[in-house]
Design a protein around this ligand. Structure first.
Ligand code: SAM
Length: 442
């Protein structure tokens, strides 16, 4: 019984995601290290492809199995099998079906062998049509987003735009990278000469979209000579816009994408910038340290603390403080497709409370005349505008200022926003507050 290593790896990753609410972005790189290039590509395609179509695949499974209640392992095996039959033209149907049956045996579900075989053969033989109660349900199932999320976004964006957003969330975005302290002036030329198409992003400065992939690109990323980072995330660092000599604290910094991006910005002038980055979780602080080291960002000082409580710095000690707050991540579903299945509507107010607490304690550290930048990778107003407005109401010593970026990202309320369906980036929100130099308490 020989099963392709790619299918075994995809099954194991999807099982961990379902069982432990783990993230594909953390599991895939580890699994892929042990796979050959061909298997790596198939494992990647299977894992993300199934996650991006999970609700649709489950509806098909329900119909093809006449609503039979299924063991989780069997369901995952059927999702992987069906995904190949529907979306992967290059995989012959018999290979997809045979490996699915063998996966059932490997997962000690021998009694389900015949059932897996029958469901997949029935799909390959018949034209299975699904019925929908209404258009919301159609979008929900066809783009595989929970109905409550589609309803919620429809209230915010309208139906047409929500349909576009949900569809864009399932597209594979071209990777975007930037240079690091370890890059040299030939890095872009070398990558282009190796056949990769490199196109400058029109969202953030010095962000590069790359079409194609090769071992050198992988090696460069592993050695820290380039760093993969969505253009909207780079835009947040651009909005921070550190000036010469300014001190900077990145309060919620791990894994360090924005801190290293800020450190990389060429700040003209002789005075050095103090750059401090911290996080709460020990394992995330370790990742932050490793990431800074990998990119050669040696000047960043790293600290561990709980930013919901008092931070270990003197009041008014930083010129610029960034709170890239923990959030629902609904703006990053293109990169993290499983987020949509983990979230519940009740999570948003809980997150908003935490975000406000962190913003509040961080705000004390901002010098008069200094800036406090609040960002999330969420699309939800409760985590964005509502937190910003509440913060301003409770802290009149701060005023909202316009983010210094292209006007196309600035909203009517003077915040910055990127949208996956409009900008081909992750969806970020940014608010910039300035601490008044003179403030008389009333
Ligand atoms: C959105 S992520 C930050 C991403 C990071 N800024 C970057 O660009 O790579 C939010 C971070 O907040 C951290 N965090 C959550 N609660 C925290 C707390 N109470 N104090 C400090 N950091 C916290 C999480 O561990 C997580 O790393």
């Amino acid at each position: 019984m020989k099963i392709s290593p790619a299918r075994i790896a995809a099954f194991e990753i999807l099982t961990k995601i379902e069982r432990d609410k783990a993230f594909s972005s953390a599991l895939l790189p580890v699994a892929e290290e042990n796979l050959e290039a061909k298997d790596r590509a198939l494992c990647h395609a299977l894992t993300l492809g199934v996650l991006r179509r999970q609700l649709y695949l489950d509806r098909l499974i329900e119909k093809l199995s006449n609503g039979k209640k299924l063991d989780s392992a069997v369901k995952i095996i059927l999702r992987i099998g069906l995904y190949q039959l529907i979306c992967l033209d290059k995989v012959p149907a018999h290979a997809a079906i045979n490996d699915s049956v063998n996966l059932a045996v490997r997962a000690k579900k021998t009694s389900a062998k015949g059932f897996v075989n029958a469901v997949l053969r029935r799909f390959a033989r018949e034209n299975t049509e699904l019925d929908y109660a209404d258009e919301i349900e159609r979008i929900s199932v066809e783009t595989s987003h929970p109905r409550w999320l589609i309803e919620r976004w429809t209230r915010q964006f309208g139906f047409e735009e929500t349909a576009k957003l949900a569809s864009v969330n399932n597209e594979t975005p071209p990777p975007v990278f930037r240079l690091t302290a370890k890059s040299d002036e030939n890095t872009l030329t070398i990558l282009s000469k190796l056949g990769l198409e490199i196109v400058e992003s029109d969202v953030a400065l010095n962000a590069w979209k790359v079409f194609g992939s090769n071992e050198v690109l992988r090696l460069y990323a592993a050695e820290g000579k380039i760093y993969f980072q969505d253009a909207a995330s780079q835009l947040v660092a651009q909005i921070v816009g550190l000036k010469k000599g300014e001190s900077f604290l990145d309060v919620c910094a791990a894994p360090g994408s924005k801190a290293t991006c800020v450190a990389r910005q060429k700040v003209k002038g002789k005075r050095q910038n103090l750059i401090v980055a911290g996080d709460f979780y020990e394992h995330r602080v370790k990742t932050l340290q490793a990431n800074c080291r990998r990119q050669g960002a040696h000047t960043i000082e790293i600290v561990r603390y709980d930013a919901e409580k008092d931070l270990p710095f003197a009041d008014e000690s930083f010129d610029v403080v960034l709170v890239d707050a923990p959030c629902s991540g609904t703006g990053t579903i293109r990169h993290n497709p499983e987020i949509r299945y983990f979230l519940r509507a009740e999570d948003f107010p809980v997150l908003a409370e935490k975000q406000l607490l962190i913003l509040q304690s961080s705000s004390k550290l901002v010098k008069r005349g200094g800036r406090l930048v609040y960002s999330t990778c969420s699309l939800e107003p409760e985590e964005n505008e509502a937190v910003a407005e509440k913060f301003l109401t409770e802290n009149p010593q701060f005023e909202k200022i316009t983010p210094e970026i292209s006007g196309r990202f600035v909203t009517a309320e003077n915040y910055a926003r990127t949208l996956p369906q409009r900008d081909e980036t992750d969806g970020f929100f940014v608010a910039v507050f300035e601490k008044r130099r003179v403030f008389d308490k009333v």
